[in-house]
Design a protein around this ligand. Structure first.
Ligand code: KIV
Ligand code: ZN
Length: 513
């Protein structure tokens, strides 16, 4: 089957900017526009010039910036001044398009515009004619077409085409329709609208019922050859059709649709992150294509499958959309295969007996933590390789600190021989004071190379996890960990843990660098 091209009309900078809190300045819009050109979109809807001086300026600036690489489109209502201002803003563009239109549903005609159908058609025709007198490319939108009487919609579209529209946009403005209905509405253009063969049919679907992508694709299946969409699906209310979803659906299932786009999908993830950063709208982790979990595998069964052959649970190669690769999330649901694989990636190759022990410890840890990270595995392997021997055990720690004041710590350790040893010291801060007091007891020179604190749980009473990395005199590195709701106690435990590892170590082991 021949592959038709579906044009991608990106409206991130217009409909996307209508997302609450997403407003962007001209510089930010330009940055996104450059990346949209790189992505290969066919049309950039750059703004609604009459709505604000900022939008006017953005349309002008984008027209200058992109040259003839893409069509630059400006929105207007079917109002003379809107159209003239749009044309003015587009004067910098080499390929300008005015996007004008009017409501066509009973709700819009009766409650918003307060006009009858005949008046709406008259205004639409006048708007398209005026726009066509100013630019060669005019797209007509029939707002709220999803809730319109199809017979009236078709009459309106026929009038717009006769008036000079080059593209006709059928928006499901309120996200009301279902794919079969929307597809039928688009299919019905053929046979009911004179002149439809000579124009491009565009679809513009909102996501109020979560149907935006499905409806847009139903439109394509029914003959639409332009899809209006936004990066990450941002847009008015529940948003718009997500560009990345449409592009990857058409690519993945091009045989089914008989269509593809000109998009270079490798840039999708980068652009998704850029738009999220600029608008401040985070991408939900389970978002198709660009969510953080889109290529992450959590269940043991899936992990086993993916490790044997990626396509068992992935229909898209992450590299195709610019993601480094699939990820295996180690958690309580992970199996032996995933654990062995990750250990291998860390160059940790335990014997079978050691692996059994590590696996049991991994399961115990995974029951306590949401996700098991590489450092956890290094610590686990190190634990299992050496007897969990404690040369020193923390019995108690007490600090005084403040401003003014000298941070001072007193620690009591118990040796493996059962001896209680107490000492005290001061330092630059309470943790430094604790380490100095411990050093006075242990008496082995070490170099501190890293100290990290992170909360394991949420809230002010969060469990804090501290990691210490220390270097012994012979240059080996040891990691120690400690967790406690008091961060000073966690630090003392972590430091002693690192020292214990160093003290029992007789040969380089997998946790040592
Ligand atoms: O949702 C809509 O109907 C629109 C039009 C202005 C195209 O955004
Ligand atoms: Zn819209």
């Amino acid at each position: 089957m021949a592959t038709d091209i579906v044009r991608i009309f990106d409206t991130t900078l217009r409909d996307g900017e209508q997302s609450p809190g997403a407003s962007m300045n001209t510089g930010e819009k330009l940055e996104i526009a450059r990346q949209l050109v790189r992505l290969g979109v066919d049309v950039i809807e750059a703004g609604f010039p009459v709505s604000s001086p900022g939008d006017f300026e953005s349309v002008r600036a984008i027209g200058l910036e992109v040259g003839d690489a893409v069509v630059v489109c400006a929105l207007s209502r079917a109002v003379e001044n809107d159209i003239r201002v749009a044309a003015d803003a587009l004067s910098t563009s080499k390929r300008p398009r005015i996007h004008t239109g009017i409501g066509v549903s009973p709700s819009h005609l009766r409650d918003k515009l307060r006009i009858d159908e005949a008046t709406a058609v008259e205004r639409a025709v006048a708007a398209v004619k005026l726009a066509r007198s100013l630019v060669g490319d005019v797209e007509f939108y029939a707002e709220d077409a999803g809730r319109a009487d199809p017979a009236f919609l078709y009459r309106m579209i026929e009038a717009a085409i006769a008036a000079g529209a080059t593209v006709v946009n059928i928006p499901d403005t309120t996200g009301y329709t279902y794919p079969e209905e929307f597809g039928a509405l688009i299919a019905g253009l053929h046979g009911n609208v004179a002149g439809i063969e000579g124009v491009t049919v565009s679809v513009h679907c909102h996501n109020d019922l979560g149907m935006a992508t499905a409806n847009a694709l139903a439109g394509v299946k029914a003959g639409a050859r332009q899809v209006e969409c936004t990066i990450n699906g941002i847009g008015e209310r529940a948003g718009n059709t997500a560009l990345e979803e449409v592009v990857m659906a058409l690519r993945q299932r091009s045989a089914y649709f008989g269509c593809d786009t000109r998009i270079d999908a490798h840039n999708i993830t980068r652009l998704s992150r850029l738009v999220s950063k600029i608008t401040g709208i985070p991408v939900q982790p389970n978002k198709a294509i660009v969510g953080a979990n889109a290529f992450a595998h959590s269940s043991g069964i899936h992990q086993d499958g993916v490790l044997k052959e990626r396509s068992t649970y992935e229909i898209i190669d992450p590299a195709e959309v610019g993601v480094g690769g699939s990820s295996i999330v180690l958690s309580a649901r992970s199996g032996r295969h995933a654990l062995k694989h990750r250990l291998g990636e860390l160059n940790i190759v335990p014997s079978d007996a050691e692996f059994d022990q590590v696996y049991q410890q991994f399961l115990a840890l995974a029951d306590k933590k949401k996700e098991v990270f590489d450092e956890d595995l290094e610590a686990l392997v190190s634990d299992s390789e050496r007897a969990a021997e404690e040369v020193y055990h923390l019995q108690q720690v007490h600090v005084t600190c403040g401003d003014p004041g000298i941070p001072t710590a007193t620690v009591e350790l118990i040796t493996s021989a059962g001896e209680h040893v107490i000492d005290a010291s001061y330092g630059d801060g309470p943790v430094d004071a604790v380490c100095n007091a411990i050093n006075r007891i242990v008496g082995v020179p070490v170099e501190m190379i890293e100290f990290t604190v992170q909360s394991v749980t949420k809230g002010l009473d969060a469990l804090g996890e501290v990691a210490f990395r220390v270097r012994s005199e012979d240059g080996r590195v040891f990691t120690g960990r400690g967790a406690h709701s008091d961060i000073i106690v966690a630090s003392a435990k972590a430091y002693i843990n690192a020292l214990n590892r160093m003290l029992v170590s007789v040969k380089p082991s997998v946790s040592e660098e």
